[in-house]
Ligand binder design. Structure first.
Ligand code: THU
Length: 160
């Protein structure tokens, strides 16, 4: 995999090099990816988030014949946690993706909409959410939070 990133990140070359709870989280994202409903794109994405209290929420992409209604894995997991809890703190978010028709040469990055939603959840908990991204399970990158992927972002500061 090409590992040329113009932002600060930590690179791991195996799940076994991750802290145990993060390796388990990434495995949960991988299993959830296989539950994606993606008959149109045939592109499979899984997300798993770990709360400070140890609970895990999962998501995978959910597509629709009306294409703009498709929902990304990351947002399924985040909104599920948001719907279930008043206050909570996300300790880590693991995201993985695969395209069975084409081995991915690079780690798949969250789309722009999901970056913005991750930003909102960081605002909600007033702390960055460490992100672990992987596409083949052998290469994982860790970012301390979403800001390198979403600089100069829109936020509630413009509204309130
Ligand atoms: N997808 C995600 O689940 N997350 C992303 O960050 C990028 C894209 C999904 C949406 C759609 O079901 C498929 O991947 C192809 O775009």
């Amino acid at each position: 995999m090409d590992e040329k990133y113009n932002f600060k990140c930590e690179v791991f070359d195996s799940l076994s090099n991750l802290p145990d709870e993060i390796a388990v989280l990434m495995q949960a994202a991988q299993s959830q990816m296989d539950r994606a409903y993606a008959p149109y794109s045939k592109f499979y994405v899984g997300a798993a988030l770990l709360l400070e209290d140890g609970r895990t929420y999962l998501g995978c992409n959910q597509e629709n014949a009306s294409f703009p209604l498709c929902m990304c894995a990351e947002r399924v997991a985040l909104y599920n946690a948001g719907a279930d809890n008043d206050s909570f703190r996300i300790k880590a978010l693991a995201i993985t993706a695969k395209n069975p028709a084409k081995p991915l040469k690079e780690i798949c990055m969250p789309c722009g909409a999901c970056r913005q939603v991750i930003r909102e959840f960081e605002e909600r908990q007033k702390a960055e959410i460490p992100l672990y991204l992987s596409s083949d399970g052998n290469h994982i990158i860790k970012l301390d939070g979403i800001s390198p992927l979403l600089p100069h972002s829109f936020s509630k500061d413009f509204l309130l």
